[in-house]
Write a protein that binds this ligand. Sequence first.
Ligand SMILES: [Zn+2]
Length: 314
Amino acid sequence: MVLKSFFFVAGALLITGCVSSASKKTDSVKILQRLELDADESLPVIDVHTHTRFSGKPEITSKIPDTFEQYLKEMKEAGVVGAVSHVGSGRQGFNAELSKHHVIQCFGIGDQVDVSAVEKGLRSKDFRCIKIYLGYVHRFAHDKAYRPLYRLAEKYDVPVVFHTGDTYSATAKLKYSDPLTIDEVAVDFPKVTFVIAHLGNPWTQVAAEVAYKNPNVYIEASALLIGDLAQISEAGLERYLVEPIRWAFGYMEDPSKFMYGTDWPLTGMKNYLEAYKKAIPREHWCEVFFENAVKVFRMKDLEGQYKCRINAEK
Ligand SMILES: [Zn+2]
């Protein structure tokens, strides 16, 4: 997940430095037009991967102020009408205010697995998903300590989200966060909905295969790049964000499997959305940016409130 943006600024100059032609410019104007919404279109968005600790300070890489005000401001700017928050481990960080803004919260599982606390959280509906930090916690998805959680997920009909791929910490162990490990629990718990976060980055092909093969596994591609995306060149965005998503989306041949997420405040909602839109054919925007999240995270209240309408051709 954490490819540092300043690396791409340097690398991107090398890539784009010599490309400048009239046809290139026309192409990029066309792409920008394709990304805009017509007057008769509407695209409500759900960001399925955010953090709401609200430290009050700027996030270290993106410099985004980690505050509730900023969160709501960015939701508004990007047309985000609902979100999923991973609040850390246990009940810590639970924020009752979030539900007023259609933000649901996942119960984060730390080193200790307190099954009864998770059950209490799910029963009360304070928590409507479970987040497991593969890699950060040195356990595989199929570890026996996690199995009671999958049974709870089935009982309370909530999805389980796995951190997969690269980690933001050097003390994490990557063997646990390889997305291939999700295949085993997907088979053993066919009635549970699993979400692979970060498209398994950099093992994006593995993540796509696990979701393609298992009917109960879904993908979100948050934080493929972090930091201020405005500082990253077109070529850098294309190579490390747009292209992996485009490939995985095409490979999976099932538009119902993909969702949008950012990992806010590691990166901004609006810029990430604009880059993500480039990877997804227009005719599937409603599914990827809204409808799939409603289904996977059981956000039925949003379904009645917002109508998504996009013209396939533009
Ligand atoms: Zn995250």
